[in-house]
Ligand binder design. Structure first.
Ligand code: ARG
Length: 466
């Protein structure tokens, strides 16, 4: 229950007489996670003080002192010597201001917050931090896409089974499989650019909700802090966490792509498939079964996608139904953002490492190709002779049945046997039973032929550098 701890210590303590419940102190404080925003908070404060000096509400001398002090506080954080005062430093904003007062004296430090609210401050800090992190993620994503393009080019001759319903369907190039995900990740990259543009807007000067009473130059602060523009309504500016929600949605989509990609590779790495072998650096053994080599990296990628989506679901629920402008519920946007960014950033780098180091087993891929996967090509053969596809589909189906009944692989059925199914088969029908030819036949844009795949690599590379 409430103890006699004075709340007069708190920066907002003026009107409070009673003490805070000790659990409430902990429940309320965000310093232990929002301290990662120390740099953004300090740079934002310097920009704010500079703008206040420009408008004349503080003097140039006071600004100089504030800036000097704030840079000293920043140095303490950087050197790892900043001492958080438990129960007093509620969040990063109050902690920095408390320390500033100790360093330059309360008379001047007390002027830093002139016309400012923590509501605009937290929004500003989060947006700056997130913008920088997302730019780093953008680079990780470009690197990953670069590896996909390079491997697709190098291993273009490798042919493997392509699946629908996880059943053997048609032959494809291994590169084609890699590029299928490559384009999904390239869309993620494209979307990320859009997200960053909306994240990178300045809330500074919005005040608690109603704006700034001292004619502060918002554009000047925005430029100093590297924002691309302002949030144009002060109430909206302090209320808005859409930039967090959008990031979480973006990251969840990306993680969903990574998860499906990982699932394919987990299947391909089983002994039953044996198409790929993971590098030791991305696998682990079993504590019990000496023979095991487990694809933990891929399983974690798949598993963490659930966690990423959990952030979105949780935070959307937090935001739903909030009355306008700032409510403390919004503090709940910080932790999901931090965890999401780390999860997504690490995941892209792990996926990149897995792909860059895994070994493929082309012989295994080839051995899994099955003549039945050419049944469509058999039908297409007759289509080229003018037979309607619906009819050729049937004829090819009868060849499949004959092959099954006689226990003869379809490519070993004799010319006479095939002729018996349909008189329009000619001697050159044997050419159809060639996997390489099958992938080469699909030369329309986006298909499996070498020229189509090379074109895809070119398009992908253009998307990476766009
Ligand atoms: N720690 C708070 C947050 O993360 C900062 C804003 C506090 N504003 C307030 N009016 N209590 O949202």
């Amino acid at each position: 229950m409430a103890d006699d701890k004075p709340t007069g210590n708190m920066l907002w303590g003026g009107r409070f007489t009673g003490g805070l419940d000790p659990l409430m102190v902990q429940y309320n404080e965000s310093i232990y996670f929002d301290k990662v925003l120390y740099k953004q908070d300090i740079l934002g404060s310097i920009a704010f003080a500079r703008a206040n000096a420009k408008s004349g509400i503080i003097s140039q001398h006071e600004f100089t002192k504030l800036e000097e002090g704030l840079l000293l506080v920043k140095q303490e954080w950087e050197a790892g010597v900043f001492k958080i005062v438990p129960g007093v430093d509620e969040d990063i904003h109050t902690a920095n201001e408390r320390r500033l007062g100790e360093m330059i004296g309360k008379d001047i430090a007390g002027k830093l917050h002139t016309g400012r609210s923590r509501n605009e401050q937290i929004a500003t800090d989060m947006r700056m931090w997130l913008r920088d992190e997302l730019r780093t993620i953008q680079q990780h994503l470009r690197d990953f896409l670069g590896v996909i393009a390079a491997r697709a080019e190098k291993e273009i001759d490798v042919v493997m089974p392509g699946y629908t319903h996880l059943q053997r369907a048609q032959p494809i190039r291994w590169s084609h499989w890699m590029l299928s995900y490559g384009f999904a990740f390239a869309s993620d990259l494209d979307r990320l650019g859009e997200v960053i543009r909306r994240v990178n807007r300045s809330a500074l000067g919005c005040g608690a909700l109603a704006g700034n009473p001292f004619g502060i130059d918002r554009e000047m602060m925005s430029e100093e802090l590297g924002f691309e523009g302002l949030l144009w309504n002060s109430m909206g500016g302090v209320a808005d966490r859409d930039f967090v929600a959008e990031t979480l949605q973006w990251g969840s989509m990306l993680m969903q792509h990574i998860s499906r990609w990982a699932e394919d590779l987990i299947i391909y790495s089983t002994a039953e498939f044996g198409f790929v072998r993971l590098a030791d650096a991305y696998s682990t053994g079993s504590s019990l079964m000496p023979q095991k080599k487990n694809p933990d990296s891929l399983e974690l990628l798949r598993g963490k996608s659930g966690r990423a989506f959990g952030h979105v679901a949780g935070f959307m629920m937090t935001q739903k139904g909030l009355p306008s402008t700032y409510n403390k519920d919004l503090q709940e946007s910080v932790e999901p953002m931090l965890d999401h960014v780390k999860t997504v950033s690490d995941s892209i780098q792990i996926a990149n490492g897995v792909l860059a180091t895994l070994a493929i087993q082309p012989a295994k891929m080839e051995a899994s190709l099955d003549p039945f996967m050419l049944a469509t090509d058999l039908a297409d053969y007759l289509v080229r002779k003018g037979v309607p596809f619906r009819e050729t589909h049937h004829i090819s189906g009868r060849c499949v049945a004959l092959s099954e009944q006689t226990g003869t692989p379809m490519n070993e059925l004799t010319y006479e046997q095939l002729k018996g199914v349909d008189a329009r088969f000619d001697k050159d029908i044997s050419d159809v039973f060639n996997y390489e030819k099958s992938v080469e036949m699909r030369s329309a844009k986006g298909g499996t032929s070498k020229s189509s795949v090379l074109e895809q690599i070119k398009v992908l590379r253009a998307m990476i550098s766009a």
